[in-house]
Design a protein around this ligand. Structure first.
Ligand code: GLU
Length: 550
């Protein structure tokens, strides 16, 4: 037996499967030319953040637009950083925004797809089979260096301003023999398995990133750790094996991983895997005091995806905004294709920002208002109800108490060519509809200060006579106009402007008084429609109340 073979047997006595067995078990996918197979591969270290959601969204969009596959892999190789329920938080984050996966981890206990397991901690034997093969080929070796030894090496390297890590003269165990290894193991010494890096000082690598373009870097010369002391893999090694066996075509991830690409390409190469294509996403940026910085988990509440849930942004609106951030031509496409499904948009990596897309909350709110304005009253009702159930009990009770009434409120100025855009998120709804519910309305009426109390009273008393149960939309405003003229107001603002001394004001002032009396507000959607929803009796009651409380 050759030394390498004996070493492999010594290190992995129980591993019998060969890489080729796994190659057979996970055959190349039978997809059409150009189909993108990609993954979202987070470590379960906490809540999903907006940048993670964005990366997942890009993966799903790229796969979907090419009839490919998008899968979720949980990279739980670093047990120290893992949080309880970490995987569930990620799954919930994706589900909440409708980012569907074709394969992968579905819940703590469930997975779907034939390329699994999709959780790295369940794949230890697979990684070991590939490492065993590398040891057999002399491309990996056991390293018995202690933490202390490594720390000392680092000090020396720092002092000499050298590249830190285990390589060249520092790779003390590169040529260890089976006998030496056997002896150290029998003494109970712990070891990791390192790559025997084929990289040369001064060597360069080049690759084409789908977003960033051509990139050239130093090739890897480090004997990186493949398996840790407990036999579990490092992220670098695990992801290479997984991306290969899961037949990934594109690695889409945050650009903090670009510096690791030389290691990854080398691992692909030594393992004999076909290279993947890379798309490294620049971080989402935010403008502050005239300069740009990264969207920050600490400073920006909107960096946590829970923010969108809590505030009640509909997932369709978040989806629209993610596409706006993703591709610079999306807004233009949307303007020309108002009713199209977002899935019809042709996503492209080359239209992604190299500098980092700019998150703009004001713009997001506008997009969300626009999105909500396209929903019908029933949808607005049911989505608000869903949100209120967990976030606003009072609103939930009021809305569910009388569905018909609530829906008729949402129907005001909706479904027409120019629907109103008052609601950006479900947490705006309570304020928006408060005057429709005496339980929510504060009964506060602040009239414009250009009319006296007596003039206001006169208008309200007169309006009580004019507003009848059966007055229809076409006759309502002419009736208000007529009464305005009778009371000495101009029938149109223009007339008033021409000769202000001849009038007490104009019809707009009169309508304004009625509006405040009925709703408490100076600005509302169509007043006639509002009064129809409130009902004749309630309008009369409010007018009386307004007169009494003047
Ligand atoms: N597990 C890595 C992370 O937490 C994934 C990197 C990759 O996508 O390759 O970001």
């Amino acid at each position: 037996m050759s030394d390498n073979k004996a070493m492999a047997k010594l290190l992995f006595p129980n591993i019998t499967a060969l890489p080729k067995d796994y190659e057979e078990k996970y055959p190349p996918r039978n997809l059409k030319e150009g189909a993108i197979v990609t993954r979202f591969a987070p470590s379960p270290t906490g809540f999903l953040h907006f940048g993670g959601l964005f990366a997942g969204f890009i993966g799903r969009t790229a796969a979907k637009s090419t009839d490919g596959v998008f899968y979720l892999r949980i990279e739980d190789t670093d047990k120290k950083r893992e949080v309880e329920n970490g995987a569930e938080l990620i799954i919930k984050g994706l589900n909440d925004f409708g980012i569907e996966i074709d394969e992968g981890v579905v819940s703590q206990t469930e997975e779907k797809g034939i390329y699994g397991p999709y959780t790295q901690s369940k794949r230890t034997e697979i990684y070991q089979a590939f490492v065993k093969d590398l040891v057999e080929k002399g491309l990996a070796y056991p390293c018995f260096m202690t933490e202390d030894e490594i720390a000392k090496i680092r000090q020396v390297q720092e002092a000499k301003k050298e590249l830190p890590g285990i390589y060249g003269e520092y790779a003390k165990y590169r040529s260890i023999t089976v006998e030496e290894a056997k002896k150290l193991i029998s003494e109970g010494r712990e070891y990791v398995v390192r790559l025997n890096s084929p990289g040369k000082v001064g060597g360069r690598i080049k690759f084409k990133d789908m977003i960033k373009g051509e990139i050239e870097m130093d090739e890897n010369i480090l004997d990186v750790v493949l398996l840790k002391k407990d036999g579990t893999p490092t992220y670098h090694f695990a992801h290479a094996v997984d991306d290969h066996l899961m037949r990934t075509t594109h690695v889409i991830r945050g650009d903090e991983w670009i510096s690791s690409v030389p290691i990854h390409l080398q691992l692909f190469w030594v393992c004999g895997f076909k290279n993947v294509k890379y798309a490294h996403i620049s971080p989402i940026m935010k403008e502050e005091d005239g300069s740009k910085r990264k969207l920050s988990k600490r400073k920006d509440p909107e960096a946590a995806v829970s923010y969108y849930e809590e505030m009640g942004y509909p997932k369709g609106a978040v989806w629209e905004y993610l596409l706006t951030l993703a591709n610079s031509n999306y807004e233009e496409w949307r303007a020309c294709n108002k009713d199209a499904s977002p899935d019809d948009f042709k996503f492209s990596f080359s239209k992604m920002s190299k500098a980092g897309a700019l998150f703009d909350l004001v713009k997001f709110n506008d997009i969300s208002k626009n999105y909500i304005s396209t929903l019908d009253a029933e949808e607005v009702y049911s989505l608000t109800l869903d949100w209120a159930k967990d976030n606003n009990q009072k609103l939930y009770d009021l809305l569910s108490d009388d569905e018909k009434y609530a829906t008729s409120i949402f129907a005001i100025e909706r479904g027409n060519k120019k629907p109103r855009k008052d609601i950006a998120k479900w947490s705006d709804v309570e304020g928006y509809i408060s005057y429709f519910y005496n339980e929510l309305w504060d009964n506060n009426r602040s009239y414009a200060d250009n009319l006296t109390k007596d003039a206001i009273k006169e208008i309200l008393l007169k309006y009580r006579e004019v507003y009848t149960v059966d007055i229809d939309a076409d006759n309502w405003f002419p009736a208000v106009k007529e009464m305005a003229v009778e009371l000495g107001y101009a029938g149109a603002p223009k007339e008033y402007k021409k000769n202000p001394d001849a009038y007490k004001g104009h019809v707009g002032d009169v309508a304004g008084v009625i509006r405040v009396a009925v709703t408490g507000r100076t600005n509302t959607p169509d007043l006639y429609e509002i009064m129809q929803v409130l009902g004749y009796d309630e309008v009369m009651r409010r007018l009386d109340e307004a007169i009494e409380t003047l």
